[in-house]
Design a binder for this molecule. Structure first.
Ligand code: PMP
Length: 295
């Protein structure tokens, strides 16, 4: 809300609307060490998505996109973090507890902290074991999947808890029609015969920023990329499957529902895209320099 406060003093009232109804929008952003200092990856894209999410739920964020970007940069700088995860959040605060949120003030926070590999330290190289969740993504006219809204993550948490209980690292959700949608906090890609496929936006997915970057990188490397409907069984037939996300970066999937993908290790296209992605975020590529905003 316009000022820096120590970690332990960042508090809200227990009757804040957001605690009761999930009325928030948020982002997850990473900043990386580069030869030119710390760079925030895809900052304008994340800030834009935050405001678009807010628009969908009729929330007016009381700052401009420029002010939000500046607050994010200053939060990284003041915490002296060479690389970190950044969480901007806009939420409905304390006023009255009816479901109609618009009488409650919109409050805004930005926090930053260190967050290593999201699906575990070995995941990036060895890949993860996952299962198709018994929980589906919400139907298109129920919860707007393309808005990154706090309350929507009840669905992701259910998926993630089920996966952990079954011994998986992560889950894959189908959409309401039974087509592949996404992970609990990642988009998904499937490689078959050298072609890269990913679910289309209307498959109840979040329009992932890493997804967009990886599609651009893949095309720069000469691959064909198709956004399409993906039937569940295509996962099992695939040569390679991988997740993308700000937190998960590019994580190979080695097993789906007990079936090995390819030969059960990170595939060659996944490896190439992953190393290109890491070169990009660490400022080691000449292409797409506008994807990094330096502190
Ligand atoms: N899907 C969901 C449900 C997510 O929470 C995330 C993480 N923000 C993603 C996909 C990946 O999006 P991004 O690449 O923008 O982090």
């Amino acid at each position: 809300d316009g000022q820096f406060v120590p970690w332990g003093e960042a508090k809200v009232h227990v009757l804040s609307h957001v605690l009761h109804y999930g009325s928030s929008v948020f982002e997850g952003i990473r900043a990386y060490q580069t030869p030119a200092g710390t760079g925030v990856f895809c900052l304008p894209q994340h800030v834009k998505r935050l405001f678009r999410s807010a628009k969908i739920i009729r929330m007016d964020i009381p700052f401009t996109e420029e002010q939000m970007s500046q607050a994010i940069i200053e939060t990284v700088a003041i915490n002296k973090l060479p690389s970190c995860y950044i969480r901007p959040l806009a939420f409905r605060g304390y006023c009255q507890l009816g479901v109609e949120p618009r009488t409650c003030p919109v409050q805004v926070i930005v926090a930053a902290w260190e967050w290593p590999a999201y699906l575990g330290p070995e995941a990036l190289e060895a890949g993860v074991d996952v299962g198709v969740s018994s929980w589906r993504r919400a139907a298109p006219d129920t919860f707007p999947a393309n808005a990154k809204v706090g309350g929507h993550y009840t669905n992701s948490s259910l998926m993630r808890m089920e996966a952990a209980t079954l011994g998986y690292s992560e889950a894959i959700a189908l959409d309401v029609y039974g087509n592949v949608s996404e992970g609990s906090g990642e988009n998904i890609f499937v490689v078959q015969e050298g072609v890269i496929y990913t679910p289309q936006l209307s498959a109840s997915i979040l329009n992932g920023i890493t997804r967009a970057c990886v599609m651009t990188l893949a095309r720069e490397l000469g691959y064909t990329v198709a956004e399409t409907l993906i039937p569940r069984e295509m996962l099992y037939q695939a040569d390679e499957v991988f997740f993308t996300g700000t937190a998960a970066e590019v994580t190979p999937i080695r097993i789906v529902d007990g079936r090995a993908i390819g030969n059960g290790t990170r595939g060659p296209i996944t490896e190439r895209l992953q190393s290109t992605y890491f070169d990009q975020v660490h400022g080691r590529r000449e292409q797409n320099p506008e994807w990094l905003t330096y502190i």
